[in-house]
Design a protein around this ligand. Structure first.
Ligand code: TXE
Length: 495
Protein backbone atom coordinates (compact mmCIF):
# COMPACT_ATOMS: atom_id res chain seq x y z
CA UNK A 1 0.00 0.00 0.00
CA UNK A 2 1.32 3.48 -0.83
CA UNK A 3 -0.87 6.10 0.82
CA UNK A 4 -0.79 9.65 -0.56
CA UNK A 5 0.51 11.90 2.24
CA UNK A 6 -2.06 14.56 3.15
CA UNK A 7 -1.02 18.09 2.18
CA UNK A 8 -0.71 20.41 5.16
CA UNK A 9 -3.16 22.78 3.44
CA UNK A 10 -5.76 19.98 3.35
CA UNK A 11 -5.31 19.27 7.06
CA UNK A 12 -5.59 23.02 7.79
CA UNK A 13 -8.79 23.16 5.74
CA UNK A 14 -10.28 20.23 7.68
CA UNK A 15 -9.36 21.91 10.97
CA UNK A 16 -10.69 25.31 9.94
CA UNK A 17 -14.31 24.90 11.10
CA UNK A 18 -15.78 24.74 7.56
CA UNK A 19 -19.29 26.03 7.02
CA UNK A 20 -20.64 28.00 4.09
CA UNK A 21 -19.39 30.71 1.75
CA UNK A 22 -21.64 33.73 1.47
CA UNK A 23 -21.10 37.14 -0.09
CA UNK A 24 -17.40 36.58 -0.68
CA UNK A 25 -16.55 35.14 2.74
CA UNK A 26 -16.43 31.88 4.61
CA UNK A 27 -19.07 31.78 7.33
CA UNK A 28 -19.36 29.36 10.25
CA UNK A 29 -22.20 30.62 12.39
CA UNK A 30 -21.60 30.46 16.11
CA UNK A 31 -24.01 28.07 17.79
CA UNK A 32 -24.93 26.48 14.44
CA UNK A 33 -25.89 22.83 14.24
CA UNK A 34 -22.82 20.89 13.04
CA UNK A 35 -22.88 17.75 10.92
CA UNK A 36 -20.25 15.06 10.55
CA UNK A 37 -18.45 14.48 7.29
CA UNK A 38 -17.08 10.95 7.03
CA UNK A 39 -14.11 9.42 5.33
CA UNK A 40 -15.67 6.38 3.59
CA UNK A 41 -12.25 4.73 3.32
CA UNK A 42 -12.15 4.13 7.10
CA UNK A 43 -15.58 5.31 8.40
CA UNK A 44 -13.92 7.94 10.62
CA UNK A 45 -15.16 11.50 11.03
CA UNK A 46 -13.09 13.84 8.84
CA UNK A 47 -14.47 17.08 10.15
CA UNK A 48 -17.60 18.81 11.41
CA UNK A 49 -19.31 21.31 9.13
CA UNK A 50 -21.71 24.07 10.22
CA UNK A 51 -25.19 23.59 8.83
CA UNK A 52 -26.32 26.88 7.26
CA UNK A 53 -29.24 28.44 9.14
CA UNK A 54 -32.34 29.72 7.35
CA UNK A 55 -31.06 33.24 7.95
CA UNK A 56 -27.72 32.46 6.31
CA UNK A 57 -29.43 30.91 3.27
CA UNK A 58 -31.53 34.08 3.06
CA UNK A 59 -28.32 36.18 3.16
CA UNK A 60 -26.82 34.05 0.40
CA UNK A 61 -29.84 34.58 -1.86
CA UNK A 62 -29.82 38.33 -1.17
CA UNK A 63 -26.09 38.51 -1.91
CA UNK A 64 -26.62 36.65 -5.19
CA UNK A 65 -29.54 38.94 -6.04
CA UNK A 66 -27.43 42.07 -5.40
CA UNK A 67 -24.54 40.70 -7.46
CA UNK A 68 -26.92 39.86 -10.30
CA UNK A 69 -28.23 43.42 -10.39
CA UNK A 70 -24.83 44.93 -9.63
CA UNK A 71 -21.26 43.69 -9.82
CA UNK A 72 -21.66 40.51 -11.88
CA UNK A 73 -24.64 41.74 -13.88
CA UNK A 74 -22.64 44.72 -15.07
CA UNK A 75 -19.48 42.72 -15.85
CA UNK A 76 -19.01 42.57 -19.62
CA UNK A 77 -19.20 39.16 -21.31
CA UNK A 78 -15.50 39.37 -22.13
CA UNK A 79 -14.54 40.02 -18.50
CA UNK A 80 -16.85 37.23 -17.34
CA UNK A 81 -14.88 34.89 -19.59
CA UNK A 82 -11.57 36.27 -18.30
CA UNK A 83 -12.61 35.64 -14.68
CA UNK A 84 -13.73 32.09 -15.42
CA UNK A 85 -10.44 31.39 -17.19
CA UNK A 86 -8.57 32.74 -14.15
CA UNK A 87 -10.58 30.41 -11.94
CA UNK A 88 -9.52 27.54 -14.22
CA UNK A 89 -5.86 28.61 -13.79
CA UNK A 90 -6.26 28.67 -10.00
CA UNK A 91 -7.84 25.21 -9.99
CA UNK A 92 -4.82 23.95 -11.90
CA UNK A 93 -2.48 25.67 -9.45
CA UNK A 94 -4.29 24.06 -6.48
CA UNK A 95 -5.05 20.75 -8.18
CA UNK A 96 -3.58 18.39 -5.60
CA UNK A 97 -5.30 20.11 -2.68
CA UNK A 98 -8.66 19.93 -4.46
CA UNK A 99 -8.08 16.32 -5.48
CA UNK A 100 -7.33 15.31 -1.90
CA UNK A 101 -10.31 17.18 -0.44
CA UNK A 102 -12.61 15.57 -3.01
CA UNK A 103 -11.20 12.07 -2.60
CA UNK A 104 -11.21 12.16 1.19
CA UNK A 105 -14.95 12.69 1.62
CA UNK A 106 -16.21 10.86 -1.46
CA UNK A 107 -14.04 7.74 -1.37
CA UNK A 108 -13.10 8.39 -4.99
CA UNK A 109 -9.68 7.15 -6.01
CA UNK A 110 -7.00 9.83 -5.90
CA UNK A 111 -6.07 8.72 -9.43
CA UNK A 112 -9.54 9.61 -10.62
CA UNK A 113 -9.63 13.02 -8.96
CA UNK A 114 -6.09 13.82 -10.13
CA UNK A 115 -6.45 12.57 -13.67
CA UNK A 116 -10.11 13.15 -14.41
CA UNK A 117 -12.22 15.20 -12.03
CA UNK A 118 -9.91 18.14 -11.36
CA UNK A 119 -8.40 18.48 -14.87
CA UNK A 120 -11.78 17.94 -16.53
CA UNK A 121 -13.27 20.65 -14.31
CA UNK A 122 -10.63 22.97 -15.79
CA UNK A 123 -11.48 21.88 -19.34
CA UNK A 124 -15.19 22.47 -18.74
CA UNK A 125 -14.58 25.90 -17.17
CA UNK A 126 -12.47 27.06 -20.09
CA UNK A 127 -14.99 25.76 -22.59
CA UNK A 128 -17.83 27.64 -20.88
CA UNK A 129 -15.69 30.78 -20.53
CA UNK A 130 -15.42 30.86 -24.32
CA UNK A 131 -19.21 31.02 -24.65
CA UNK A 132 -19.50 34.20 -22.55
CA UNK A 133 -18.84 36.39 -25.60
CA UNK A 134 -20.95 34.30 -27.98
CA UNK A 135 -24.40 34.49 -26.43
CA UNK A 136 -26.68 36.33 -28.80
CA UNK A 137 -30.20 36.73 -30.13
CA UNK A 138 -31.40 36.95 -33.73
CA UNK A 139 -32.82 39.63 -36.00
CA UNK A 140 -35.98 39.09 -37.98
CA UNK A 141 -38.10 41.11 -40.39
CA UNK A 142 -41.76 41.20 -39.39
CA UNK A 143 -44.42 40.81 -42.12
CA UNK A 144 -46.80 43.38 -40.63
CA UNK A 145 -48.67 45.47 -43.25
CA UNK A 146 -47.42 49.00 -43.90
CA UNK A 147 -50.26 51.52 -44.54
CA UNK A 148 -48.37 54.81 -44.50
CA UNK A 149 -44.82 53.75 -45.26
CA UNK A 150 -44.03 52.66 -41.72
CA UNK A 151 -41.53 49.88 -41.35
CA UNK A 152 -40.80 47.31 -38.68
CA UNK A 153 -37.77 45.62 -37.27
CA UNK A 154 -37.48 42.93 -34.64
CA UNK A 155 -34.77 41.18 -32.73
CA UNK A 156 -34.36 38.87 -29.79
CA UNK A 157 -32.07 39.18 -26.80
CA UNK A 158 -30.78 36.41 -24.59
CA UNK A 159 -31.00 37.71 -21.02
CA UNK A 160 -29.64 35.97 -17.93
CA UNK A 161 -32.52 34.47 -15.90
CA UNK A 162 -31.26 35.76 -12.52
CA UNK A 163 -30.29 33.89 -9.36
CA UNK A 164 -29.83 30.15 -9.86
CA UNK A 165 -30.12 27.52 -7.12
CA UNK A 166 -27.77 24.62 -7.82
CA UNK A 167 -28.27 21.36 -5.91
CA UNK A 168 -25.60 18.69 -6.37
CA UNK A 169 -24.94 15.06 -5.36
CA UNK A 170 -21.96 13.35 -3.74
CA UNK A 171 -20.51 11.29 -6.58
CA UNK A 172 -18.61 14.00 -8.51
CA UNK A 173 -19.27 16.97 -6.26
CA UNK A 174 -16.41 19.08 -7.59
CA UNK A 175 -17.02 18.55 -11.30
CA UNK A 176 -20.83 18.67 -11.19
CA UNK A 177 -20.55 21.82 -9.05
CA UNK A 178 -18.25 23.35 -11.68
CA UNK A 179 -20.78 22.54 -14.41
CA UNK A 180 -23.43 24.52 -12.56
CA UNK A 181 -21.11 27.37 -11.57
CA UNK A 182 -19.74 27.72 -15.10
CA UNK A 183 -23.16 27.58 -16.81
CA UNK A 184 -24.66 30.19 -14.52
CA UNK A 185 -21.74 32.63 -14.40
CA UNK A 186 -21.04 32.42 -18.14
CA UNK A 187 -24.59 33.53 -18.90
CA UNK A 188 -24.43 36.38 -16.36
CA UNK A 189 -26.53 34.63 -13.71
CA UNK A 190 -25.43 34.39 -10.10
CA UNK A 191 -25.62 31.27 -8.00
CA UNK A 192 -26.40 29.77 -4.62
CA UNK A 193 -25.09 26.22 -4.62
CA UNK A 194 -25.97 23.52 -2.13
CA UNK A 195 -23.54 20.60 -2.29
CA UNK A 196 -24.39 17.16 -0.96
CA UNK A 197 -24.05 16.98 2.81
CA UNK A 198 -21.74 13.96 2.29
CA UNK A 199 -19.20 15.99 0.28
CA UNK A 200 -19.39 19.64 1.34
CA UNK A 201 -15.67 20.49 1.24
CA UNK A 202 -14.20 20.88 -2.25
CA UNK A 203 -16.73 23.45 -3.49
CA UNK A 204 -16.03 25.64 -0.45
CA UNK A 205 -12.44 25.80 -1.61
CA UNK A 206 -13.60 26.55 -5.18
CA UNK A 207 -15.62 29.51 -3.86
CA UNK A 208 -12.48 30.93 -2.22
CA UNK A 209 -10.57 30.53 -5.47
CA UNK A 210 -13.41 32.24 -7.35
CA UNK A 211 -12.94 35.39 -5.26
CA UNK A 212 -9.19 35.21 -5.90
CA UNK A 213 -9.98 34.94 -9.62
CA UNK A 214 -11.88 38.23 -9.50
CA UNK A 215 -15.44 36.89 -9.43
CA UNK A 216 -17.18 39.47 -7.24
CA UNK A 217 -18.57 38.74 -3.78
CA UNK A 218 -22.11 37.36 -3.95
CA UNK A 219 -21.88 35.97 -7.48
CA UNK A 220 -21.12 32.48 -6.13
CA UNK A 221 -22.37 31.35 -2.73
CA UNK A 222 -22.12 27.90 -1.18
CA UNK A 223 -24.60 26.90 1.54
CA UNK A 224 -23.89 23.62 3.26
CA UNK A 225 -26.33 21.29 4.95
CA UNK A 226 -29.18 18.88 4.37
CA UNK A 227 -31.94 18.73 1.78
CA UNK A 228 -34.05 21.22 3.73
CA UNK A 229 -31.73 23.99 2.46
CA UNK A 230 -32.57 22.80 -1.04
CA UNK A 231 -36.26 23.15 -0.22
CA UNK A 232 -35.77 26.66 1.15
CA UNK A 233 -33.93 27.68 -2.01
CA UNK A 234 -36.48 26.18 -4.37
CA UNK A 235 -39.35 27.96 -2.60
CA UNK A 236 -37.57 31.33 -2.54
CA UNK A 237 -39.17 34.07 -4.63
CA UNK A 238 -35.80 35.40 -5.78
CA UNK A 239 -34.69 32.06 -7.27
CA UNK A 240 -35.26 32.17 -11.02
CA UNK A 241 -33.99 28.72 -11.89
CA UNK A 242 -33.18 25.44 -10.16
CA UNK A 243 -30.52 23.13 -11.57
CA UNK A 244 -30.56 19.76 -9.82
CA UNK A 245 -28.44 16.63 -10.21
CA UNK A 246 -29.25 13.66 -8.01
CA UNK A 247 -31.61 10.76 -7.45
CA UNK A 248 -34.93 10.26 -9.21
CA UNK A 249 -37.26 10.54 -6.17
CA UNK A 250 -35.58 13.74 -4.93
CA UNK A 251 -35.51 15.11 -8.49
CA UNK A 252 -39.24 14.55 -8.90
CA UNK A 253 -39.88 16.33 -5.57
CA UNK A 254 -37.58 19.18 -6.63
CA UNK A 255 -39.34 19.53 -9.99
CA UNK A 256 -42.80 19.65 -8.39
CA UNK A 257 -41.69 22.13 -5.73
CA UNK A 258 -40.07 24.42 -8.32
CA UNK A 259 -43.15 24.50 -10.53
CA UNK A 260 -45.50 25.17 -7.63
CA UNK A 261 -43.18 27.77 -6.03
CA UNK A 262 -43.25 30.30 -8.84
CA UNK A 263 -43.34 28.32 -12.08
CA UNK A 264 -39.58 28.34 -11.50
CA UNK A 265 -37.52 26.98 -14.38
CA UNK A 266 -35.99 23.66 -13.50
CA UNK A 267 -33.48 21.32 -15.07
CA UNK A 268 -33.11 17.83 -13.67
CA UNK A 269 -30.24 15.44 -14.31
CA UNK A 270 -31.36 12.23 -12.65
CA UNK A 271 -30.41 8.60 -12.63
CA UNK A 272 -30.09 5.98 -15.28
CA UNK A 273 -30.11 2.25 -15.81
CA UNK A 274 -27.89 2.51 -18.79
CA UNK A 275 -27.65 -0.35 -21.29
CA UNK A 276 -24.50 -1.36 -23.15
CA UNK A 277 -24.89 -3.66 -26.16
CA UNK A 278 -22.02 -5.88 -27.29
CA UNK A 279 -22.67 -7.15 -30.82
CA UNK A 280 -21.46 -10.47 -32.18
CA UNK A 281 -18.30 -9.06 -33.77
CA UNK A 282 -16.81 -7.52 -30.60
CA UNK A 283 -13.34 -8.45 -29.49
CA UNK A 284 -13.61 -10.08 -26.06
CA UNK A 285 -10.56 -8.36 -24.55
CA UNK A 286 -11.62 -4.92 -25.79
CA UNK A 287 -15.15 -5.48 -24.47
CA UNK A 288 -13.88 -6.47 -21.02
CA UNK A 289 -11.51 -3.49 -20.91
CA UNK A 290 -14.39 -1.19 -21.87
CA UNK A 291 -16.68 -2.59 -19.18
CA UNK A 292 -13.99 -2.26 -16.51
CA UNK A 293 -13.26 1.34 -17.51
CA UNK A 294 -16.88 2.45 -17.46
CA UNK A 295 -19.09 0.25 -15.26
CA UNK A 296 -16.84 -0.09 -12.21
CA UNK A 297 -15.08 3.27 -12.15
CA UNK A 298 -15.77 5.08 -8.86
CA UNK A 299 -17.39 1.84 -7.72
CA UNK A 300 -20.20 2.28 -10.28
CA UNK A 301 -21.41 5.48 -8.62
CA UNK A 302 -21.72 7.32 -11.91
CA UNK A 303 -25.14 8.26 -13.25
CA UNK A 304 -24.27 7.42 -16.87
CA UNK A 305 -22.37 4.18 -16.12
CA UNK A 306 -23.61 0.99 -17.79
CA UNK A 307 -25.53 -1.27 -15.38
CA UNK A 308 -27.20 -3.52 -18.00
CA UNK A 309 -25.05 -5.49 -20.42
CA UNK A 310 -26.74 -7.07 -23.40
CA UNK A 311 -24.17 -9.38 -24.95
CA UNK A 312 -24.60 -11.39 -28.14
CA UNK A 313 -25.16 -14.99 -27.10
CA UNK A 314 -22.03 -16.10 -28.95
CA UNK A 315 -19.82 -13.92 -26.70
CA UNK A 316 -21.56 -14.08 -23.30
CA UNK A 317 -19.55 -16.91 -21.83
CA UNK A 318 -16.15 -15.58 -22.92
CA UNK A 319 -16.84 -12.00 -21.78
CA UNK A 320 -18.29 -13.05 -18.40
CA UNK A 321 -15.40 -15.44 -17.71
CA UNK A 322 -12.73 -12.86 -18.51
CA UNK A 323 -14.56 -10.06 -16.70
CA UNK A 324 -15.00 -12.18 -13.55
CA UNK A 325 -11.32 -13.03 -13.57
CA UNK A 326 -10.34 -9.35 -13.84
CA UNK A 327 -12.87 -8.22 -11.20
CA UNK A 328 -11.70 -10.90 -8.77
CA UNK A 329 -8.09 -9.73 -9.16
CA UNK A 330 -8.79 -6.04 -8.51
CA UNK A 331 -6.83 -4.56 -5.63
CA UNK A 332 -9.21 -2.96 -3.17
CA UNK A 333 -8.10 -0.03 -1.04
CA UNK A 334 -8.90 3.42 0.33
CA UNK A 335 -9.25 6.56 -1.77
CA UNK A 336 -5.72 7.78 -1.04
CA UNK A 337 -4.12 4.36 -1.56
CA UNK A 338 -2.28 4.83 -4.85
CA UNK A 339 -2.04 1.11 -5.48
CA UNK A 340 -5.80 0.49 -5.18
CA UNK A 341 -7.92 -0.21 -8.25
CA UNK A 342 -11.27 -0.31 -6.49
CA UNK A 343 -12.33 1.78 -3.49
CA UNK A 344 -15.12 2.16 -0.94
CA UNK A 345 -18.73 3.15 -1.50
CA UNK A 346 -19.37 6.79 -0.72
CA UNK A 347 -21.34 6.55 2.49
CA UNK A 348 -22.93 4.18 4.97
CA UNK A 349 -26.50 4.62 3.70
CA UNK A 350 -25.38 3.76 0.20
CA UNK A 351 -23.32 0.81 1.49
CA UNK A 352 -26.42 -0.53 3.27
CA UNK A 353 -28.45 -0.11 0.09
CA UNK A 354 -25.91 -2.07 -1.96
CA UNK A 355 -25.80 -4.84 0.67
CA UNK A 356 -29.59 -5.08 0.28
CA UNK A 357 -29.13 -5.67 -3.47
CA UNK A 358 -26.48 -8.31 -2.73
CA UNK A 359 -28.90 -10.15 -0.41
CA UNK A 360 -31.53 -10.27 -3.19
CA UNK A 361 -29.03 -11.40 -5.83
CA UNK A 362 -27.60 -14.14 -3.61
CA UNK A 363 -31.07 -15.37 -2.63
CA UNK A 364 -32.01 -15.69 -6.30
CA UNK A 365 -28.72 -17.37 -7.28
CA UNK A 366 -27.75 -14.61 -9.73
CA UNK A 367 -24.17 -13.89 -8.69
CA UNK A 368 -21.52 -14.64 -11.32
CA UNK A 369 -18.80 -12.98 -9.24
CA UNK A 370 -18.63 -10.71 -6.19
CA UNK A 371 -21.84 -10.10 -4.26
CA UNK A 372 -20.29 -9.78 -0.80
CA UNK A 373 -19.21 -7.01 1.55
CA UNK A 374 -15.49 -6.72 2.31
CA UNK A 375 -13.99 -6.19 5.76
CA UNK A 376 -14.15 -2.61 7.03
CA UNK A 377 -13.93 -0.30 8.77
CA UNK A 378 -14.52 1.50 5.40
CA UNK A 379 -17.56 0.89 3.21
CA UNK A 380 -16.04 -1.74 0.94
CA UNK A 381 -17.84 -4.31 -1.21
CA UNK A 382 -16.82 -6.64 -4.01
CA UNK A 383 -17.22 -5.52 -7.62
CA UNK A 384 -20.13 -7.64 -8.77
CA UNK A 385 -21.45 -9.27 -11.92
CA UNK A 386 -24.94 -10.80 -12.03
CA UNK A 387 -26.85 -12.84 -14.56
CA UNK A 388 -30.36 -11.68 -15.31
CA UNK A 389 -33.18 -14.18 -14.87
CA UNK A 390 -35.00 -13.15 -18.03
CA UNK A 391 -35.57 -9.79 -19.64
CA UNK A 392 -37.91 -8.52 -16.90
CA UNK A 393 -35.45 -9.20 -14.07
CA UNK A 394 -35.66 -6.42 -11.41
CA UNK A 395 -31.86 -6.01 -11.73
CA UNK A 396 -32.47 -4.77 -15.27
CA UNK A 397 -34.95 -2.16 -14.02
CA UNK A 398 -33.82 -0.53 -10.76
CA UNK A 399 -30.76 1.74 -10.61
CA UNK A 400 -28.28 0.38 -8.05
CA UNK A 401 -25.76 3.22 -8.46
CA UNK A 402 -23.12 0.76 -7.32
CA UNK A 403 -20.65 -1.79 -8.69
CA UNK A 404 -23.43 -4.18 -9.74
CA UNK A 405 -23.68 -5.03 -13.41
CA UNK A 406 -26.28 -7.42 -14.82
CA UNK A 407 -25.84 -9.45 -18.00
CA UNK A 408 -28.42 -10.81 -20.42
CA UNK A 409 -27.73 -12.53 -23.78
CA UNK A 410 -29.51 -11.44 -26.96
CA UNK A 411 -29.87 -13.09 -30.35
CA UNK A 412 -31.08 -10.46 -32.83
CA UNK A 413 -31.23 -6.70 -33.25
CA UNK A 414 -34.99 -6.28 -32.80
CA UNK A 415 -34.88 -8.16 -29.53
CA UNK A 416 -31.86 -6.10 -28.48
CA UNK A 417 -33.59 -2.77 -29.15
CA UNK A 418 -36.75 -3.88 -27.32
CA UNK A 419 -34.74 -4.89 -24.25
CA UNK A 420 -32.52 -1.79 -24.26
CA UNK A 421 -35.58 0.47 -24.37
CA UNK A 422 -37.52 -1.47 -21.73
CA UNK A 423 -36.65 0.97 -18.96
CA UNK A 424 -38.18 3.98 -17.25
CA UNK A 425 -34.79 5.70 -17.76
CA UNK A 426 -33.02 7.09 -20.80
CA UNK A 427 -29.76 8.79 -19.82
CA UNK A 428 -27.06 6.99 -21.82
CA UNK A 429 -26.58 3.83 -23.86
CA UNK A 430 -23.75 2.29 -25.82
CA UNK A 431 -23.24 0.00 -28.77
CA UNK A 432 -19.97 -1.89 -29.13
CA UNK A 433 -19.21 -3.10 -32.64
CA UNK A 434 -16.90 -2.54 -35.60
CA UNK A 435 -19.85 -2.83 -37.97
CA UNK A 436 -20.54 0.83 -38.71
CA UNK A 437 -23.75 0.13 -40.62
CA UNK A 438 -25.21 -1.79 -37.69
CA UNK A 439 -24.24 0.96 -35.25
CA UNK A 440 -25.77 3.65 -37.46
CA UNK A 441 -29.00 1.65 -37.80
CA UNK A 442 -29.26 1.16 -34.04
CA UNK A 443 -28.53 4.75 -32.94
CA UNK A 444 -31.92 6.28 -33.91
CA UNK A 445 -33.80 3.35 -32.36
CA UNK A 446 -32.27 3.71 -28.90
CA UNK A 447 -34.16 5.82 -26.33
CA UNK A 448 -31.37 7.74 -24.61
CA UNK A 449 -30.01 11.27 -24.29
CA UNK A 450 -26.56 10.05 -25.38
CA UNK A 451 -25.57 7.02 -27.44
CA UNK A 452 -21.89 6.08 -27.35
CA UNK A 453 -20.25 3.74 -29.87
CA UNK A 454 -17.29 1.66 -28.65
CA UNK A 455 -17.17 3.81 -25.53
CA UNK A 456 -19.49 4.70 -22.66
CA UNK A 457 -19.89 7.39 -19.96
CA UNK A 458 -17.27 9.80 -21.37
CA UNK A 459 -18.55 13.39 -21.27
CA UNK A 460 -17.22 16.35 -23.21
CA UNK A 461 -18.14 20.00 -22.73
CA UNK A 462 -18.91 20.41 -26.45
CA UNK A 463 -21.43 17.57 -26.45
CA UNK A 464 -24.88 18.15 -24.87
CA UNK A 465 -25.68 15.83 -21.96
CA UNK A 466 -29.00 14.99 -20.32
CA UNK A 467 -31.72 12.39 -20.18
CA UNK A 468 -34.93 11.38 -21.87
CA UNK A 469 -37.85 9.61 -20.16
CA UNK A 470 -37.34 9.38 -16.36
CA UNK A 471 -33.70 10.48 -16.53
CA UNK A 472 -34.40 14.17 -16.48
CA UNK A 473 -35.31 17.41 -18.18
CA UNK A 474 -32.91 19.72 -20.00
CA UNK A 475 -29.39 19.52 -21.33
CA UNK A 476 -26.03 20.62 -19.97
CA UNK A 477 -22.97 21.53 -22.11
CA UNK A 478 -22.62 22.36 -25.79
CA UNK A 479 -24.59 25.49 -26.56
CA UNK A 480 -27.72 23.84 -25.16
CA UNK A 481 -27.10 25.20 -21.64
CA UNK A 482 -27.59 28.77 -22.87
CA UNK A 483 -31.29 28.18 -23.47
CA UNK A 484 -31.68 27.02 -19.88
CA UNK A 485 -29.83 29.88 -18.18
CA UNK A 486 -31.16 32.73 -20.29
CA UNK A 487 -34.62 34.04 -21.13
CA UNK A 488 -35.50 35.02 -24.68
CA UNK A 489 -36.77 38.59 -24.94
CA UNK A 490 -38.39 39.74 -28.20
CA UNK A 491 -38.12 43.38 -29.25
CA UNK A 492 -40.29 44.91 -32.01
CA UNK A 493 -39.78 48.42 -33.40
CA UNK A 494 -41.74 50.64 -35.76
CA UNK A 495 -39.95 53.42 -37.62
O1 TXE B 1 -29.36 11.72 -3.26
P1 TXE B 1 -30.42 12.88 -3.34
P2 TXE B 1 -28.66 11.08 -1.97
C1 TXE B 1 -28.83 7.95 -5.93
C2 TXE B 1 -28.08 6.82 -5.31
C3 TXE B 1 -28.11 7.11 -3.85
C4 TXE B 1 -29.44 7.78 -3.70
C5 TXE B 1 -29.56 8.72 -2.54
O2 TXE B 1 -28.74 5.62 -5.60
O3 TXE B 1 -28.01 5.96 -3.06
O4 TXE B 1 -29.60 8.51 -4.89
O5 TXE B 1 -28.46 9.62 -2.50
C6 TXE B 1 -30.41 17.36 -1.90
N1 TXE B 1 -35.18 19.22 -1.80
N2 TXE B 1 -27.98 9.00 -6.48
O6 TXE B 1 -29.57 11.08 -0.78
O7 TXE B 1 -31.43 12.75 -2.26
C7 TXE B 1 -29.33 16.61 -1.15
O8 TXE B 1 -29.03 17.28 0.06
C8 TXE B 1 -34.06 19.74 -2.35
C9 TXE B 1 -27.95 9.08 -7.91
O9 TXE B 1 -27.39 11.75 -1.76
O10 TXE B 1 -30.92 12.94 -4.72
C10 TXE B 1 -28.20 16.61 -2.18
O11 TXE B 1 -27.54 17.86 -2.19
N3 TXE B 1 -32.88 19.14 -2.28
C11 TXE B 1 -27.44 10.41 -8.37
C12 TXE B 1 -28.95 16.43 -3.49
O12 TXE B 1 -30.29 16.85 -3.23
C13 TXE B 1 -32.80 17.95 -1.65
C14 TXE B 1 -26.28 10.96 -7.63
C15 TXE B 1 -28.97 14.98 -4.02
O13 TXE B 1 -29.53 14.17 -3.02
C16 TXE B 1 -33.93 17.36 -1.06
C17 TXE B 1 -26.44 10.81 -6.19
C18 TXE B 1 -35.16 18.05 -1.16
N4 TXE B 1 -36.31 17.55 -0.66
C19 TXE B 1 -27.25 9.83 -5.69
N5 TXE B 1 -33.56 16.19 -0.50
C20 TXE B 1 -27.21 10.46 -9.88
N6 TXE B 1 -27.95 9.69 -10.65
O14 TXE B 1 -26.40 11.23 -10.37
C21 TXE B 1 -32.23 16.04 -0.73
N7 TXE B 1 -31.78 17.11 -1.42
Amino acid sequence: MSETPLLSSVQRFLDSDPGSFVDGQRVSESGAERFEVYNPSNASVLTLVSHASEALVERAVEAAHSAFHGSWGSTSPYLRGVALNRLADLIEANAEELAQLESLSSGKSIHLTRQLEVPQSVVFLRYFAGWATKIHGQTMTPSLPSFQGEQYAAFTRREAVGVVAGITPWNFSLMIGIWKIASALTCGCTLVLKPSEFTPLSLLRIAELAVEAGIPAGALNIVNGSGRIGQQLIGHKRIAKVSFTGSVPTGVAVGKAAISANLTRVTLELGGKNPAAFLADVDVDAAVEGILQTAYVHQGQVCAAPERLYIHRSKVEAICAKLSERLGAMKVGGALDESAQFGPLANKAHHDKILGFFAQANARGQVICGGKPLPGPGYFVQPTLLKALGEHDPFLQEETFGPIVTVLPFDDEDELVRMMNDSPFGLGASVWTNDLAKAMRLIPRIEAGTVWVNMHTFLDPAVPFGGVKGSGIGREFGSAFIDDYTELKSVMMRF
